[in-house]
Write a protein of this length. Structure first.
Lengths: 201, 330
């Protein structure tokens, strides 16, 4: 498990509080907004290439999910929560090294491969439901949405899985595994710190 | 629970029982994790074994590779784990996906085990299993993990078990959902679909082998187990009555008794290993343990011989079933 049982129990107790919902939504929306910017650059390349076919739908879906998160969240009325969320997002986005992809030349290269590995890890590892105690009902609309989000991320990551295996870049299987491993560890670490942060706040 | 690093991957395992006991290793099915052998571990420790359970690569709390994995990689990781824990010539028992891993282990490391228990296992994908696997993969990729879990329920368990455990099933699914990651499951399923048939290698398995198959296992059906029986020279195939694919969970008492009987006979050098087929006694306390099979074990129903005339008592308006129908699975 990414966090220990104690952290999971505490998260279970507070996850439906407005402040916690706000922190989680700000975190997810922050990541998705950066991803949308990167995907837009892939979207508007003046050429036909395989990543476009697979990632085109992801741009639309990410925009839709940002909208749905905004709708489903019981937003906090406490302005300091947003200040905290903003500072936290800056830290986490920096730790994810996500911003570098905003400036990368869009080409079939190792940098694109690393972006795919990072977004695969984001879809695969940022799962809130497994952190919660098993006896917490998932009927509240926020929790229903978080679980739906995991399902949608599972569908979205199919593009990454295909491209991570088949993208024609000069990387051996071992190098591919190494890059995927590095990005996976980075995401898990950021996610763990975020979970502990909202429980500790 | 312990974690060990092997070949750049961390593997979660549990080892129970005194060091000088005969080792026994359980290998999980696709969506399982080590804790699902919970009913087995204390009983086999009590019976004098040292029991190893672990999460395979891609499962539970072990590392989950993203790029393709295969059965041989799992078997190699398993042998590294067994060696690291200094378990000498264990019995290896695997179910379903883990059954195939256990078979590969027995083929790749024939001198490293004392006996093999292959449960709901397969050495090739026939047309039907290929379609089942393909549909499951598509369902997992396009719908999600919960779909796969729900799909498995009626194929893993009998109707009675599902009715009796209706209240506990949501928690069971939720726990499985939390432990499993979709990408890792997909990766493991790719290992199945990319696996070439290894039925021709079965004769290299020289150790005593018990093959177990649920009566109503419609995922890995009887024909696949019969291939194992015919290919492994010191084997016996035993059918567990009324059970489906996950009989280790539904009928632990019967399964434990069969495995215990098998290992005891192997240790006493009494295992017949005569490639015969038997039916397990439904009562885990009654004798005999093995019952003979009446009729063709590959058939789901036994037709009466063709007599030309409807038999007395046959339902009106129906003719009795013809003999010599194609075998259900062929």
């Amino acid at each position: 498990m990414i966090v220990d049982t104690k952290t999971g129990d505490r998260l279970g107790r507070i996850i439906l509080e407005r402040d916690t919902q706000t922190r989680i939504s700000c975190f997810l929306i922050g990541i998705k907004q950066v991803n949308v910017c990167v995907l837009s650059r892939i979207e508007f390349q003046p050429m036909a290439w395989e990543p476009f076919a697979l990632l085109h739908g992801q741009l639309c879906r990410e925009l839709e999910l940002i909208g749905l998160l905004q709708r489903v969240t019981d937003w906090s009325m406490n302005p300091t929560v947003y200040v905290r969320a903003g500072l936290s997002n800056m830290q986490h986005l920096g730790d994810l090294h996500f911003i570098r992809f905003l400036l990368m030349p869009v080409a079939m290269d190792t940098q694109l491969y690393r972006y795919l590995a990072l977004t695969h890890a984001l879809y695969a590892h940022m799962r809130f439901i497994p952190l919660l105690p098993l006896d917490i009902p998932l009927e509240h609309r926020f929790l229903v949405f978080l679980q739906t989000l995991e399902t949608i991320h599972g569908q979205q990551m199919q593009a990454q899985m295909t491209l991570l295996q088949k993208l024609p870049v000069p990387l051996s299987d071992e190098e591919r595994e190494r890059i995927i491993g590095e990005e996976g560890r980075r995401v898990r670490e950021v996610f763990r710190r975020f979970a502990e942060e909202i429980v500790g706040d | 629970m312990a974690i060990i690093n092997l070949e750049k991957h961390s593997i979660r395992y549990e080892l129970a029982g005194p060091e000088d006991n005969v080792p026994l290793v359980f290998v999980n099915g696709l969506t399982q994790a080590a804790h699902l052998w919970g009913a087995y571990v204390p009983q086999f420790v009590e019976k004098g074994y040292r029991v190893l359970t672990f999460d395979m690569l891609g499962q539970g709390e072990s590392d989950k590779p993203v790029l393709s994995s295969d059965f041989d990689r799992q078997a190699r990781t398993m042998t590294a784990l067994i060696e690291a824990l200094r378990l000498e010539r264990p019995f290896v028992a695997g179910i379903s996906f883990g059954g195939a891993v256990a078979l590969r282990y027995a083929i790749l490391f024939p001198d490293s085990l004392r006996g093999l228990v292959a449960m709901g296992a397969f050495s090739e994908l026939n047309g039907r299993l290929k379609w089942i696997g393909g549909n499951l993969y598509r369902g997992l990729a396009s719908v999600g993990t919960e779909y796969l879990q729900n799909w498995f329920m009626p194929f893993n368990f009998s109707g009675k078990w599902l009715e009796d455990n209706a209240g506990a099933i949501p928690a069971m699914i939720r726990r499985g959902y939390a432990l499993n990651d979709q990408y890792a499951l997909q990766n493991m399923m790719e290992a199945v679909s990319n696996c070439p048939s290894f039925s021709h290698e079965l004769p290299t398995i020289r150790v005593p082998t018990l093959i177990l198959n649920g009566e109503y296992d419609y995922i890995t059906h009887r024909g696949l187990h019969d291939i194992l029986r015919a290919g492994i020279t010191r084997s016996r195939l035993v059918i567990i009555q009324h059970a489906c694919h996950a009989f280790t969970l539904e009928c632990p008492d019967v399964t434990i008794r069969l495995i215990d009987d098998f290992m005891g006979k192997v240790l006493r050098d009494e295992w017949p290993g005569d490639q015969t087929t038997w039916v397990a006694n439904d009562d885990p306390l009654a004798d005999p343990l093995y019952l003979p099979v009446l009729g063709d074990p590959l058939r789901a129903i036994q037709a009466a011989p063709v007599s030309g005339e409807p038999s007395v008592g046959a339902p009106r308006g129906r003719k009795p079933a013809r003999g010599g129908l194609e075998k259900e699975e062929e």
